[in-house]
Write a protein that binds this ligand. Sequence first.
Ligand SMILES: [Fe+2]
Length: 283
Amino acid sequence: MIDVLYHLHAPLGVSGSGRVRYGAAMALWRDGLITAEVLEVYRIASAHDHRDPLQELSSRGLPPPPSTGQGSAVLHFYKAARDYLLALDHPGSADVAAGLAADPGPERPQTVRQNATQEKWLPTALSLLGATHPDLASAIALAAPMLEWVTYDAYPRELIGDDFPTSHAFASLVGADAPFAAHDFDMGVFLIAPGVLYRDHRHPAPELYAPLTGPHGWRFGAGRPVFVKPAHAPVWNPPQKPHMTKVGNVPFLSLFVWTKDVNELAHVIPCDDWPELEANRLV
Ligand SMILES: [Fe+2]
């Protein structure tokens, strides 16, 4: 039911949102929760992603439809992500918790931007996550079309390689330019395509990865052996700790947190075994 209501209140202006709202209205009408007159307003508006059915309902003297009662889909995702992260046990957990308020403050309008990696691999990742964490998977699925998915482009291409820049995407939930404002703290969701090597790198920001899929490969020093960690095993990277991720056979979907020094650049650490790691599958 809550999923239907988030779809009914999908943000105006998002491509396809008129049809999403109409589909939800159909479901509510079939359940007797809205009248045929209200449904007709959503049908007429379905071809117009910018048209607000609530305004039309009001001008026709019709009652508003049910609301989610829980804020936007992005806020719903924030709360689900916060609940997940605060339940993890790892070094730095107090710093993570300190940046994730129960009430994150007003939600700011966002530039909505989809990304080819996200469109291709997020559904697979969420179907895997949904087998064990259906509520979190649903929260991500509902919020994903309303987020700004971007790639990290601060690495020199000759160091990071050609694969990673075109095979990952992330979206921030908390941060300087994110839906929920923060000073020197970032939280969001990160996605990498299967098999990709995110080469060894380090950065001043203390970092939490909370992988929602797995298994994936990790190492924490240039040239060291790669070992495999399952989904839901958090990875804490202290400041400047080298780390590398070899994505397994499923997409890497993870929550991430940078607890401070978020504007300091990350640097790639050259290693001579990347060709071998990139050519081979993890398992
Ligand atoms: Fe990192």
